[in-house]
Design a protein around this ligand. Structure first.
Ligand SMILES: [Zn+2]
Ligand SMILES: [Zn+2]
Length: 111
């Protein structure tokens, strides 16, 4: 047994994953994913199903990335990229965008 090789399997379909991070490109954005471990096929599938749109720049926000959260007028959450150009001062929250829902939803203390 080769101890240096770790056997990884896709968290979604169980298929063997040879290398980390899982790298693909989706809608001209490079995706590098270390966690969770998923195969390229499942990563693309997840991107198609669960990506959302940045309300600031209109570009796609991919699953498994950090997002800024804005409260819309109708009480619905809106999402922006966690970049200085998209994350405006008005953002009250940030979180981790998972599969179509927010994970680790945190409120930033207003000062
Ligand atoms: Zn898979
Ligand atoms: Zn943006």
């Amino acid at each position: 047994m080769d101890q240096s090789k770790v056997t990884l399997s896709c968290a979604d379909c169980g298929k063997r994953v040879e290398t980390l991070p899982t790298i693909t490109s989706f809608q001209e954005q490079e995706v590098y994913l270390f966690h969770p471990v998923v195969c390229v096929d499942c990563l693309i599938k997840t991107c198609k199903q669960y990506s959302t749109i940045c309300v600031n720049c209109g570009e796609i926000i991919l699953p498994y990335s950090q997002v800024g959260v804005l409260k819309g007028n109708d009480g619905e959450s809106q999402f922006v990229h966690m970049t200085t150009s998209c994350l405006t001062v008005g953002s009250a929250f940030h979180g981790y965008w998972g599969k179509g829902q927010l994970l680790d939803f945190l409120e930033i203390e207003a000062c």
